[in-house]
Design a protein around this ligand. Structure first.
Ligand code: C5P
Length: 243
């Protein structure tokens, strides 16, 4: 098959032109990076697992009425997605303290937060994706006040869905990151979930043992990353892709 035109290559994924207008093909690489790509490695099989897991989460979200860019999985490493205009923000939802909020506010990792906390970081590798406030986002025109309200509502719906799903298989959803894009339907703009939802972008802890089943295994050298992701897939009944 002729290779499609590459639109963009990121740290963990490549976007190709899709077969129809308004679509892209999203390819999941095995590359793992952390700390703004200061630490990097190739973890065989990670891309296959994330393709399959992101398909699983986004299909579920689509079914419960939370719109996502996911259309269908094409093969082990590729999925067909809707093209969106990405809002240049990382939307983070936290249920328990970990990672940067623990450092920033001196909170012990694992401390339950008083309520889910939604944070926004400006997507810019050169700046290290700095935390920004609603003031910055609106002043610099990255999103409107209506977008802000819609993004928070979407992020909290994803949080409820993902927390329940994970709790059902004995996993605590500590936090996660999503990206959101705009699509135009006639004159109307709609916001939908884009990018990926996978153990690369979530913190997932075993409820009983506290064992980490997410990218912190790589960031903190805690063991084998594909074993951790395979365990998440196994518990959710997500079989490895074999297409
Ligand atoms: O590092 P931090 O504690 O801010 O990360 C919060 C959540 O967002 C974690 O689940 C992490 O995996 C995710 N994240 C991400 N991509 C980034 C930054 C954070 O997926 N660039």
């Amino acid at each position: 098959m002729a290779r499609r035109k590459k639109i963009y290559e990121g740290k963990a994924k490549i976007l190709y032109e899709g077969p129809e207008p308004g679509t892209f093909v999203q390819y999941f690489k095995d590359d793992a990076t952390a700390y703004n790509a200061e630490k990097r490695d190739v973890i065989e099989g990670k891309g296959v697992l994330n393709n399959r897991l992101s398909e699983f989460f986004m299909t579920g979200l689509n079914h419960i009425g939370v719109p996502t860019h996911f259309l269908k999985r094409i093969n082990m490493r590729e999925q067909l997605i809707r093209s969106v205009e990405i809002i240049p923000l990382e939307v983070i939802v936290r249920n328990f303290a970990a990672g940067t909020i623990s450092k920033r506010l001196g909170l012990e990792e694992g401390t339950a937060l008083p309520r889910p906390i939604v944070e926004f970081c400006y997507k810019d590798d050169a700046l290290g994706d700095p935390l920004v406030s609603e003031e910055h986002i609106i002043a610099f025109g990255w999103a409107s006040q209506q977008d802000m309200d819609d993004m928070v509502a979407l992020a909290l719906r994803v949080n409820d869905y993902m927390s329940g799903l994970m709790y059902g298989v004995g996993i605590k959803l500590v936090d996660f990151k999503i990206e959101i894009g705009r699509v135009w339907e006639g004159d109307y703009q709609r916001l939908i979930i884009a990018d990926e939802i996978s153990p690369d972008s979530c913190r997932l802890w075993d409820i009983e043992t506290g064992q980490k089943l997410d990218k912190d295994v790589f960031r903190r050298d805690l063991g084998n990353l594909t074993d951790a992701y395979t365990e998440v897939a196994r518990r959710l009944g997500v079989m490895p892709a074999n297409a």
